[in-house]
Design a protein around this ligand. Structure first.
Ligand code: SF4
Length: 286
């Protein structure tokens, strides 16, 4: 069985930079990570072992116990930043610059008097951080959620990890339901996400099945899987080599390997080795 890796896969610069900042923290036990740094359980387990304290994403309303709070690559709202600062917390900020760019885009659309439509996953921390600073907004997950809006000045933007095709479908629905509106679109999908998705598109033409490595909570990993499913390609989500099942590949001659933007290189390598092992065992058994 041939194993073909996507030309672009795995950890993006935003997550790498966040982890590098954490490597420089001298006393991890004095720092609380405000939500999940990345949606990858292995990375989170390692951080916990190093002594970092963590506040679950669903419990971010509570104030962290430590004096220092680490803002994750997903960012937070200006409102939340002020709340933490007012409580005397010192902030270590690892917000990805491309998330910051999305915040600025939302603010600019709002300053223009537009009702802001955020294409993204409702409740996702990045989306939450963006909409907490908006007065007039809707979060759109699917084209059938689009309405005719009372405000005829609309501003449209995306969660950074939105698949381009998905954003286009929702934009088309906005235009169809609001034919007379003044609509301004700002493309805030990050380039690492686009690169991953384009690499997946190319790879799908060459393989009969796909393995996607990433955390169960990872939105961009899930999007890669969904795209394979849309194309009718069998796709398997694994967090590590232990999740692979040889029976998935019984009649597969070429399998693709992709990974979400928070997946460690070592995890991708381990999955690739395990796939090679499955291939060798199949040859021996033949
Ligand atoms: S997925 Fe994009 S926006 Fe998110 S951390 Fe990575 S580079 Fe930044």
């Amino acid at each position: 069985m041939k194993i073909i890796k996507a030309d672009v896969l795995g950890m993006c610069f935003g997550v790498r930079d966040a982890l590098a900042i954490m490597d420089d923290v001298r006393r991890p036990d004095s720092v609380t990570i405000h939500g999940e740094l990345v949606h990858n359980e292995k990375v989170l387990d390692d951080l916990e072992e190093r002594g970092f304290r963590m506040l679950a994403e669903t419990r971010r309303q509570a104030l962290p116990m430590t004096d220092t709070v680490l803002i994750t690559a997903h960012g937070i709202s200006a409102k939340e930043r002020t709340r933490l600062a007012d409580a005397g917390k010192k902030l270590i900020d690892t917000t990805c610059p491309l998330v910051t760019r999305a915040h600025h885009a939302a603010q600019k659309l709002q300053a223009e008097g537009r009702h802001v439509l955020v294409i993204g996953k409702r409740g996702h921390v990045e989306v939450q951080g963006i909409v907490e600073d908006l007065r007039s907004f809707d979060v759109l997950q699917a084209p059938d959620e689009v309405r005719t809006y009372a405000n005829t000045k609309l501003g449209v933007m995306c969660q950074t990890t939105t698949p381009t095709r998905h954003a286009e479908q929702i934009r088309a629905a906005i235009k169809a339901k609001n034919p007379h509106a003044d609509i301004r679109y700002v493309d805030t999908i990050c380039h690492p996400t686009k690169d991953h998705q384009q690499a997946l598109e190319r790879l799908m033409n060459e393989v009969e099945a796909m393995v996607v490595v990433g955390g169960h909570n990872s939105n961009n990993t899930r999007q890669l899987l969904l795209r394979c499913q849309e194309r009718g390609l069998p796709a398997y989500h694994v967090q590590g080599p232990e999740d692979l099942r040889p029976e998935w590949f019984e009649h597969v001659e070429a399998v693709g390997l992709s990974a979400g933007t928070s997946t460690l290189d070592e995890t991708i390598d381990a999955v690739e080795s395990a796939l090679q092992q499955i291939s060798v065992e199949r040859l021996v058994a033949a």
